[in-house]
Design a binder for this molecule. Structure first.
Ligand SMILES: Cc1cc2nc3c(=O)[nH]c(=O)nc-3n(C[C@H](O)[C@H](O)[C@H](O)COP(=O)(O)O)c2cc1C
Length: 590
């Protein structure tokens, strides 16, 4: 029904209810069924009138100050498309060369452009100067010119879907290289390169999702009420993100575990001959809820970095600045964890969860600083309870985002000068161990410093009287921000039923906190190695985890856990790939 009403200014305003249901459905349908299409194009041309309609839809997009900054360059010439495809090919190869092994294999299977498979390519450009300096809105936010051209792309993409035309967006270009090929003047930027043609079918879900490259994030992760971080769907109460994560953690699936055990016994090898790896495969099946479980790849190690107030107590000979310097080293690819990760085919992500320095934003660094280091736990709590919860939540969200980005195995890493002291205190608080048994020499300290370190842990415990039934309180008393975030990272992995390989004593201390918050979280944990730190052995036996590697490492960074990645992956692969006595026609032992 349409109503006309008079507004205070004597002008007619069109008042309308929504569209009739059928038309509304069509709008939502086209939005849901629009796809980025890269294969299955028909070679036939697109009639000019259809192309015209689609371009007219693009041209009706909203734009900042009504500047309409877009232009559309329609390309059909084969020779030109060949030159453009070569430009994209070079960047595709460069990107592939930079990927960790499992990602590179997956990328190799993906088709990322259809420049030559489609009859027409359309470039949407942006003139960021159009309309002069008083273009409304753009004066304060110059980027809004680009946003406007992107909206033209969105209109084009939706209209094309309605016409049965597939559209594939290609961004593997050096923007100015492509601009030169198209004769764009210097003030005009390329916004989108679109490959357009008729297709036989539109995939029901994004191709990158069906290929396992990335997953769609649930809407509830993206909707915040009033303030960032206050998650609430319309009409619903805000959810406590940590409570949500804890509620999602459940025991392993007994049926899948039994199936895995039974399959291990039928595999063409003597029963039990894979030793601890058989248990790993059974636990992976229990976690995934199916047998065989998915291969734990791709894998990503997240190195959580933070500084510690207790450093002031002289517990280490290393200056605090080394934390930030090592973060730079991780990001430059120069640390041991980078070498091990490159060898094992894992990606390295670095998280600033509380480094006492300002870090430059660079690719690979997640800026999630809670504070510039903790306070000295011998003088008071290391952090507030709110900070502890914020760090745990940040860790869980990082786990979630890394899984949504396609990772099937998470690996803990850490960096923080003085963090073995905080770990020792946490381990004593959670397990009741004696500080003399749980405190180690960290990076290597003399007898006097070692005695001082034990004394610091004792003083901390005396001061705070930690209650292991209050894990947030324990983390707040002693923790590094990296311990709290790692606890959240473990909980996040467990909630999504993705395996998490634990590194040494810092991850162990964090796992104690995670287990205190949700005992079933340990079902997701695989102890990568046993560190030389004495507190780590205490932790592993307390948690009932068997380390996969025992090489006397005491470096941290995630190094021991990364070394164990191929073991965890091999355990899963054996369960999946090895023939059974009956399938291979091999006689079993009587
Ligand atoms: C800005 C932008 C750039 C993109 N660049 C590429 C690209 O270079 N290659 C590619 O295969 N897909 C590209 N895509 C498509 C995305 O992979 C795709 O939109 C995403 O996987 C979601 O799938 P859907 O569009 O089918 O919903 C791009 C998409 C956008 C929005």
């Amino acid at each position: 029904m349409i109503m006309y009403t008079t507004s205070p200014t004597p002008r007619l305003t069109l008042m309308a209810e929504g569209y009739p249901q059928e038309q509304r459905d069509a709008v939502y349908k086209v939005i849901a069924e629009r796809r980025d299409v890269r294969q299955g194009f028909r070679p036939g041309p697109v009639p000019p009138e259809v192309l015209g309609r689609v371009l007219a839809a693009a041209h009706q997009a909203p734009s900042v100050g009504f500047s309409q900054p877009w232009d559309f360059i329609v390309i059909t010439d084969r020779a030109r498309r060949e030159r453009i495809a070569a430009l994209a090919g070079r960047h595709r190869d460069a990107f592939a060369a930079d990927l960790p092994a499992a990602r590179a294999r997956a990328f190799d299977r993906l088709k990322i452009e259809s420049i030559l498979d489609t009859p027409v390519n359309i470039v949407v450009s942006c003139d960021r100067t159009r309309g002069g300096r008083h273009t409304l809105g753009r004066a304060t936010q110059p980027r809004t010119a680009d946003f406007s051209s992107v909206l033209a792309v969105a209109n084009l993409w939706l209209a094309a879907r309605a016409e049965g035309l597939g559209v594939g967006w290609v961004s593997f270009f050096d923007e100015r290289e492509l601009a030169a090929e198209l004769g764009l003047p210097a003030h005009v930027a390329v916004i989108a390169y679109l490959c357009v043609g008729y297709v036989d079918a539109f995939a029901p879900e994004p191709e990158l999702q069906s290929a396992g490259w990335a997953r769609r994030r649930p809407l509830s992760w993206a909707v915040h009420a009033e303030e960032f971080g206050r998650r609430a769907m319309p009409g619903e109460e805000p959810v406590d993100p940590l409570a949500d994560v804890l509620a999602a953690i459940a025991p392993p699936d007994a049926e899948a575990m039994a199936a895995a055990r039974e399959r291990q016994d039928r595999m063409t090898k003597p029963r039990g001959s894979l030793g601890a790896l058989e248990d790993v495969s059974v636990r992976l099946a229990g976690l995934a809820g199916r047998c065989p479980p998915p291969l734990p790849e791709p894998a990503c190690v997240a190195v959580f970095a933070a500084d510690h107030g207790v450093h002031a107590q002289g517990v280490t000979p290393w200056p605090q600045e080394v934390t930030a310097q090592m973060v730079a080293n991780f990001l430059a690819g120069g640390a041991v964890v980078n070498a091990f990760a490159a060898q094992a085919g894992a990606e390295v992500t670095v998280v600033d969860i509380g480094v006492a320095a300002d870090l430059e934003p660079v690719p690979g660094l997640l800026p999630r600083k809670i504070a510039r280091g903790t306070a000295d736990f011998t003088a008071g709590p290391a952090m507030t309870r709110d900070q502890a919860v914020a760090a745990v939540t940040a860790g869980a969200e990082i786990a979630r985002d890394l899984v949504a980005a396609g990772n099937r195995c998470l690996i803990t890493g850490d960096m923080g000068i003085a963090n073995t002291t905080a770990s020792a205190a946490l381990i004593c608080a959670f397990t009741g161990a004696d500080p003399a048994d749980a405190t180690g020499r960290g990076t290597g300290i003399d007898a006097a410093t070692y005695a001082q370190k034990i004394d610091v842990v004792c003083r901390g415990l005396d001061r705070h009287h930690p209650d292991p039934a209050d894990p947030v309180g324990v983390l707040a008393a002693f923790g590094g921000f990296e311990h709290a975030a790692l606890a959240g990272f473990i909980l996040g992995a467990a909630a999504l039923r993705v395996p998490v390989i634990l590194d040494g004593v810092i991850a162990g201390a964090a796992a104690l906190a995670a287990a205190a918050l949700a005992p079933d979280a340990i079902a997701a944990c695989f102890a990568g190695h046993r560190s030389a730190e004495p507190g780590h052995a205490v932790t592993l036996s307390y948690l009932g985890l068997r380390p996969l590697v025992d090489l006397g490492l005491r470096l941290g960074e995630g190094t021991g856990a990364v070394l164990a990645l191929p073991l965890v992956q091999s355990a899963a692969r054996a369960l999946r790939d090895v023939a059974t006595f009956d399938s291979a026609g091999v006689a079993d032992k009587h």
